[in-house]
Write a protein that binds this ligand. Structure first.
Ligand SMILES: Nc1ncnc2c1ncn2[C@@H]1O[C@H](COP(=O)(O)OP(=O)(O)OP(=O)(O)O)[C@@H](O)[C@H]1O
Ligand SMILES: [Mg+2]
Length: 175
């Protein structure tokens, strides 16, 4: 479980993301939607920084693992394998993939193939955060959505609920 609590992202005096909180469970498929400049990229950059820090922290807990990081699990002793398992558990979200507008500039057909691929990766158990300006795509393949407006969370919910929401329809789906 990855709990992001009250994050702020500032560029000098400008706060691009204000007081944003998110909870991302193991195996979730979350989409982050919003218009140009809403703060989507700033948000996932902050999240990936957080995830990296967590990983570094859990490796520091068992220094031997740093040396063994690139060796195959087979070459680890039983105790070391156990440490790996514990370190994995300590990481907030060991297997998390983030995409920032992967569909940008792709043709409709390639976009569909990409969407299918991301779905498959998710079905194999990877946690996914997908940033999309193409709200239709994000809402179609993710199961939970966060909508950003001017650096603030304006709405969140299950994607099938968001898809039916009148405000979302008007602002992001063009219907
Ligand atoms: N390196 C930076 N320095 C200063 N301001 C920045 C920087 N990066 C982003 N911003 C500003 O922060 C705000 C949010 O930008 P961000 O890139 O997070 O938006 P976004 O939702 O990803 O937009 P887009 O859909 O266009 O990619 C914008 O007003 C942008 O101008
Ligand atoms: Mg962006």
């Amino acid at each position: 479980m990855l709990k992001i609590k009250n994050i702020w992202v500032k560029y000098g005096a400008i706060a691009a993301v204000r007081d944003l909180s998110m909870t991302i469970g193991q195996g979730d498929f979350v989409t982050v939607l919003g218009s140009n400049g809403a703060g989507k990229s700033s948000t996932i950059n902050a999240i990936s920084g957080r995830v990296r820090k967590e990983k570094e922290k859990s490796l520091e807990f068992f220094p031997i693992l740093k040396e063994k990081l690139h060796e195959k699990a087979r070459s680890l002793s039983g105790g070391q394998q156990q440490m790996v398992a514990i370190a994995r558990g300590l990481m907030a979200c060991p297997e998390i993939l983030m995409f920032d507008e992967p569909s940008l500039g792709l043709s409709p057909i390639i976009r569909q193939q990409l969407a299918q691929k991301i779905r498959e990766i998710h079905q194999e158990g990877t946690t996914i955060i997908l940033v999309e300006q193409n709200a239709r795509l994000g809402l179609m393949i993710a199961s939970y959505g966060y909508v950003l407006e001017n650096g603030e969370l304006s709405m969140q919910g299950r994607t099938d609920d968001l898809m039916r929401d009148e405000n979302v329809k008007k602002a992001y789906l063009g219907v």
